[in-house]
Write a protein that binds this ligand. Sequence first.
Ligand code: PLP
Length: 401
Amino acid sequence: MKDSKSPPDFVARIVRSIPKSGIRDFFDIVNNVPDAISLGVGEPGFPTPWHIRDAAMYALEKGATAYTSNLGLPELRRRISKYVAQFFGIEYSPTDEILVTTGVSEAVDLAFRATLDPGDEVLYHEPCYVSYRPVVELAHGRPVVLNTRYEEDFRLTADAVAAKIGPRTKALILNFPNNPTGATLEPSDLEGIAELARRHDLLVVTDEIYSELTYEGTHRAIASLPGLRERTLLLHGLSKAWAMTGFRLGYACGPRPLIDAMMTIHQYTMLCAPTLSQWAGLEAFEQVDADVAEMRSRFRRNRNYMVAAFREMGLPLIVPRGAFYAFPRVSGLGMSGREFALALLEEEKVAVVPGEAFGAGGADFVRCSYSTSLENVKEAMQRMARFVSSVSGTRSSVARS
Ligand code: PLP
């Protein structure tokens, strides 16, 4: 019998079973250290380019304060269609194959709610962005993890995918360049995975949010491979490469029946993406080459600095080939990623994210974002070097005694 004094618990079982994001959890601790330098956040450390902010203000001045079409402004969908054709080499009709969403986050949620029946399995690779597993579970699907490993440069191989395909496998989610490892997909891996998707009739959901932020080689989206367009949902947005996280603007491109199914949910739950952000988004495509080139060159410079600093400290890491994160392994210092992050925050006031937030395979690592200013990166790396050398010194004197 329920205790009559305890407050009623209305929370659904499925929601109770989902842990809070490890990033949020850690940032509750960081927020108590107000003067910490943060390498923790997954967003550019500077505001959106001025001409885009100006367009948002102009839209407000014009009184563009009403709902738009559920699919998004027609002119924005046309512009997205043109951009996706140029950048990814894939054609989508702005009329019924593109849905403007409230960030990629909404698009990921819609993709799974629109396609999964209870018990359908979704393959996803770890370490990965924090939302995939909970979103699949909330859609009553079964997430099946594919572990990527430091020793293999966090590559996702076709063999690793093939090993987990079973009779209930319905979909595969891909995010390369990857948050948190910075890994990209090798062309041979991409082709092998595409072949598996064709052979096993899988839906592929690709989170392309970091595609423009590729520093080595050329990014290729799996939807551009033969036979993949009709089985892929390509999800993208303006948060990262345009520094527009707060605008909450994303989009989904895919075959008409899938976009239509996502739209069925979107029209009842979101109505439309924020109108002012859609106008700002339209402007974002006006100077896309220059804006994105500027972002990429800032991040590449910060990346090179950070990688060199980690090498000097002797912390092993793969050279991140994309996105804006470095993922060094700290277990050689005799600490888990979480212990390292807590001690670094306490002793040197530098915030990094424990790798366990991105899946159990990340427990020996920490994620350090280099999307902040170069000055911050430099100062944070100096403090980290001091911390690492004091930890190594303590360990070697313990070993000697
Ligand atoms: N996907 C990945 C891989 C991310 O790293 C993030 C944010 O960190 C998102 C999606 C969220 O994107 P949005 O701001 O467009 O919702």
